[in-house]
Design a protein around this ligand. Structure first.
Ligand code: FRU
Length: 482
């Protein structure tokens, strides 16, 4: 069964069929980006978890491959990561042609037990062999999962590091290995900051501060569910240092403020590619929320919009005296940009009668003395289909409101999500639309809000001055070339 065409994204990764959740095993290998993902090879519900597989040379056009790692009597195949075993440290490949090595969570039932297992591929990721000595790391616990492995090469030496979670304890557990098979405990991090849900899908990586390549810091991503900023699933991040043994988060100038990767409802379990240069650190997340994903079924029973976020390049920038993660969509080619400039808006004004199904809207608005502005995306068939972005100048807040459209999705689906922005008179936004999704990048990509939308067609874009006149300096729409 193929997802219905009204919601199947043009630009974002979507599986050919069936259930999908977290991205797994993101790795760049021999010129191709490999994306594995949590899938159910047999249906549209969260069951029989296995790793689906696709690959791409540009992160936009994906070739679908057969299911890579299947569940079996030892358990389901939960989330994890893939590394290129350079130097053949595991002995599972050769020095000239190292194996791809996957570390994933083997989730056994009766009794519940989650441990880390290994599979390897010597044909560039197409077929996988489970290691005979699995599991390779077992703490005897039931919620130990989502191993992300990377090569550490620093003052403490050169070895593999795994970060996984004890989900219920809200702890990131760090281990080291010389061969990807034998693992030794290094340290634990947490619980810290956002702890109102279980911790899942960690990632730990170095990142340079923009404009100062010598200033390299470490970023720890922790997804949590529930307890996310917009309700349900969300992701916090910590900036700090990793000395090869321990990760220590910087003290936040504002106390215990939580840094959120995304302020929307639908950005979860995001992790980054292995084997890319530090300056190319790229994240993909699952565009959904455990609060309602089970209800995202279309009338014909297929799962509506199982999809990933746009791939986002990460960097660190200084804002208000502290560092922030910046995300910028990568690789999308645009065409047919239509630009309007210098338009005063008092009431509401339709600026584009038609905007593309998939593409980018860039906006620069001077709020002047008004209370704020609103951007309305209207759809054919009237008001139920309105998605509204509102900027409140006093509160320095941007909100995205979405509705159910003309199909009832879930009680928790309609609503508004809020994100703080730097404020000032001049507001710049970059908005990506792809049929049934929206991703809003503000403050140069240091504030991001990602939401699924109800399926819609035929959009127009209107701008409205709220509490006075505003001035559109520039507004542009461009089609994405899929
Ligand atoms: C996150 C998660 C992971 C787990 C996987 C199971 O969405 O719950 O912690 O490995 O999904 O599908």
């Amino acid at each position: 069964m193929t997802a219905p065409s009204a919601t199947r994204p043009l630009l974002h990764f979507a599986p050919e069929q069936n259930w999908m959740n977290d991205p797994n095993g993101l790795v760049f290998h021999k010129g191709r980006y490999h994306l594995f993902y949590q899938c159910n090879p047999e249906g549209v519900v969260h069951a029989n978890l296995s790793w689906g597989h696709a690959s791409s040379t540009d992160l936009i056009d994906w070739e679908h491959h057969p299911v890579a790692i299947r569940d079996d009597e030892a358990g389901q195949i939960f989330s994890g990561s893939v590394v290129v075993d350079v130097g053949n440290t595991s002995g599972l490949g050769t020095t000239d042609d190292p194996a791809l090595v996957a570390l994933y969570t083997q989730a056994a039932q009766n009794p519940n037990r989650q441990s880390q297992a290994l599979a390897y591929s010597i044909d560039d990721g197409l077929t996988w062999t489970k290691y005979a000595g699995n599991p390779v790391l077992d703490r005897g616990t039931s919620d130990f999962r989502d191993p992300k492995v990377f090569r550490y090469d620093g003052p403490a030496g050169a070895y593999w590091v795994m970060v996984a979670v004890e989900a219920v304890d809200r702890q990131a557990m760090l281990y080291r290995s010389d061969d990807l098979i034998n693992w030794t405990f290094l340290s634990a991090f947490g619980p810290q900051r956002a702890v109102d849900g279980v911790w899942e899908c960690p990632d730990l990586f170095p990142l340079a501060v923009e404009g100062d390549p010598g200033d390299v810091r470490w970023v720890l991503l922790i997804s949590l569910n529930p307890g996310g900023i917009a309700g349900g699933s969300g992701t916090q991040y910590f900036i700090g240092d990793f000395d090869g043994v321990t990760f220590a988060a910087d003290d936040d100038a504002t106390g215990d403020a939580i840094d959120w990767l995304d302020f929307g409802r639908d950005c979860y379990a995001g992790v980054t590619f292995d084997a890319l240069a530090q300056a190319d650190r790229t994240l993909i997340a699952w565009m959904s929320n455990w609060d309602y994903v089970g209800s995202l079924h279309a009338a014909d029973g297929t799962l509506r919009h199982p999809m990933m976020t746009l791939p986002r390049r990460l960097s660190l920038v200084s804002r208000d005296g502290s560092l922030r993660l910046r995300q910028q969509p990568v690789s999308v080619q645009l065409a047919d940009e239509r630009v309007l400039e210098d338009i005063p808006v008092a009431g509401s004004r339709v600026v584009f009668e038609e905007i593309p199904d998939a593409g980018r809207i860039s906006v620069r608005i001077d709020v002047l003395g008004a209370a704020g502005f609103a951007l309305r995306l209207r759809f054919d068939g009237a008001d139920e289909g309105v998605v509204m972005l509102t900027y409140d100048a006093d509160a320095r807040q941007l909100s995205v409101g979405r509705t159910d459209g003309n199909v009832a999705i879930h009680d928790d689906f309609p609503g508004s999500q809020m994100m703080p922005v730097a404020g000032g008179n001049l507001i710049d936004l970059e908005i990506w639309l792809d049929r049934a999704s929206i991703e809003v990048f503000a403050d140069g990509g240091t504030r991001v809000l990602t939401d699924l939308l109800a399926p819609q067609h035929g959009r127009a874009l209107a701008v409205e001055g709220v509490g006075g006149q505003v001035h559109i300096e520039r507004i542009a729409v461009a089609d994405a070339v899929g």
